[in-house]
Design a protein around this ligand. Sequence first.
Ligand code: HEC
Ligand code: HEC
Ligand code: HEC
Ligand code: HEC
Ligand code: HEC
Ligand code: HEC
Length: 493
Amino acid sequence: MNEPPANPIRPRLVRNWLSLAGFILAIGSFFAFVLLFAIDLMAEHSNPYMGILTYVVAPGFLISGMALITTGVLLHRWQLRKSLPGAPPPRITIDLARPQDKKLLAGFLVGTPVFLLLTAFGSHRTYQVSESVQFCGQACHTPMKPEFITYQNSPHARVSCVECHVGPGAAWYFKSKVNGVRMLASTLANNFERPIKTPVKNLRPAQETCEECHWPQKFVGNLERTYAHFLADETNTPFTVRMLLNVGGGETSSGRTGGIHWHMNLGNKVEYLATDEQRQVIPWVRFTDPQGVVTEYRTPNFKGDPKPSEIRRMDCMDCHNRPAHHFRSPSEAVDLAMSVARIDPRLSWVKSNAVEVLTQNYGSESEALRKIDSTLRTTYTNYPQIDSLVAEVQDIFRNNFFPEMKANWRVYPDNISHKNWAGCFRCHDGRHKTPDGKRSIKASDCNSCHIILAQGSGPQLETLNPKGLPFFHIDAEYSDFSCAECHTGGLVK
Ligand code: HEC
Ligand code: HEC
Ligand code: HEC
Ligand code: HEC
Ligand code: HEC
Ligand code: HEC
């Protein structure tokens, strides 16, 4: 019997430089993948770059290699066709009578399931890796450092980035990857924004992220908080405020409603217009109650009506905008360190000096650490624990200030309070009134959101007053809603 001639076209089609390069790339990256995969399986701790190399970079090269092979074949075929006008186009034919083709088919039948299995596993791991905290926080090291470090210091350190920033569902996954590619490009081109702008535009609504874990129906009751401060005087006089925050609840199924979490939006709808990018100036507010009754509030000099596209519906993030990335102000960070004796409160002027050195502008982290060291050492020449003081202040700096990204408390407003930023007083300042001027937004007096149980220091803190005390503000004068005019996170002028 006559053996049919070996198919002459096939080998010729793959014999071109592009396909050859593709082969080398594909085979190289395949072996790299196998090796990395074996290491990943055996390693006890996962290394952020390992996962990225194994499941993102290596498969990327493998796919590029295969794409090159195909492109080479197509290109070559097109060239052949051009060089032999009139001849039938070269075809790839399979003839099982040819032993070579039989072998190929067998190889194909065994290879395909193995390949599919590997692909399924590989793409699952690629998905996992691209959703991991390491990938989000460390792959683009410089731009994400501030958010990554503050995140690790937050109550959400065990919640992965994507649970707040992406949430469940394929559509948002896809959106975030498209966005990620853009960010990667700007990281490579080194033209990303410093600092990264806040608020995040088009962040997924809180209903689909925060509320996956924090079930709003379940919030009731009061929350006790203690704010321990030290004054910027010679003796670092302690000044503590103990408060009962009227957090309340948003729905009747688990208790009384009202209080701060009345805003949870279960029945009520609060919308607002902000005139600046950071949403710090709010001249217009609209409230729709569960019955559909609408009330509009505006500040005296706001005229006209906002465009529908500018209106934002209030959600968790309008108060809790720093649940995972809280950049502590110098004053707050030093107060904390002093209250737990990591900085000795008996050292004279230490509050003032530590805040002062942290408030300066530095060009880089290393410069800041050097200056903190030299300034404190010249101030406290005979202090035996100077090393630990320097180390503590440097530690505060590293965890909250990021000169390379120009990121610190100054550029990231915290809206949960009203002391250093307008926060609640963006709306609850008594100036937002109905158009007839008769009614202002409720809860605009000092006892509607919290009562002060005790304040001061020493024995003053031992008797609590359940009715609430009037705020005793050291001996400094203040008018009701202007806290942030004097308190800016540094030393109070
Ligand atoms: C508990 C939820 C949560 C987690 C977890 C979380 N974030 Fe955020 N992130 C937020 C919120 C809320 C904002 C501010 C959004 C706003 O104001 O619009 C934000 C803002 C940001 C910003 C913009 C800059 C800024 O500070 O406002 C970046 C960048 C960012 N996050 C990255 C990350 C990375 C990286 C991780 C994981 C290492 C992470 N986030 C984890 C909730 C979260
Ligand atoms: C994947 C689950 C998860 C998601 C999503 C999540 N959180 Fe949390 N949250 C937690 C856990 C866990 C804690 C810590 C609980 C504790 O300390 O008792 C926490 C704590 C908190 C606290 C209390 C913090 C404190 O100082 O004690 C607030 C406020 C909060 N989350 C708000 C938010 C907001 C706002 C979002 C959306 C941007 C969000 N969370 C998204 C799980 C989550
Ligand atoms: C009007 C502002 C505001 C809104 C809107 C708001 N919160 Fe709060 N929330 C507060 C304040 C103030 C506290 C008191 C604790 C604090 O100051 O951190 C608090 C406390 C919490 C706590 C801590 C409770 C505890 O027992 O420690 C969680 C969790 C929380 N909120 C989640 C949410 C979630 C989820 C949403 C959106 C559904 C939301 N909040 C909407 C202002 C708000
Ligand atoms: C965008 C504007 C806006 C911001 C910001 C805001 N609120 Fe409100 N708040 C409102 C509106 C509107 C009402 C309903 C007022 C009314 O009916 O007169 C309200 C009502 C309240 C109530 C009364 C709820 C009840 O029982 O009737 C409390 C308490 C409250 N807010 C606390 C806070 C706290 C605390 C913050 C800051 C963490 C805050 N709000 C931030 C708009 C705002
Ligand atoms: C709209 C609600 C609201 C009103 C009105 C309000 N506060 Fe507060 N206040 C808060 C919230 C919320 C916090 C703390 C949130 C946090 O830090 O977790 C706070 C915190 C404080 C603190 C502790 C801050 C610190 O760091 O020690 C003091 C003191 C205080 N308020 C005084 C006042 C005084 C005085 C008034 C009246 C002029 C007032 N508040 C009106 C919501 C309100
Ligand atoms: C006119 C300026 C001014 C205004 C307005 C003002 N304060 Fe103060 N506040 C001061 C000064 C000055 C001190 C003493 C600072 C020191 O010695 O460290 C102080 C100290 C404090 C302290 C204790 C120390 C510290 O560093 O936290 C608290 C708490 C405080 N103020 C809360 C408030 C609140 C809440 C408001 C708004 C209701 C407010 N202040 C408005 C000037 C002001």
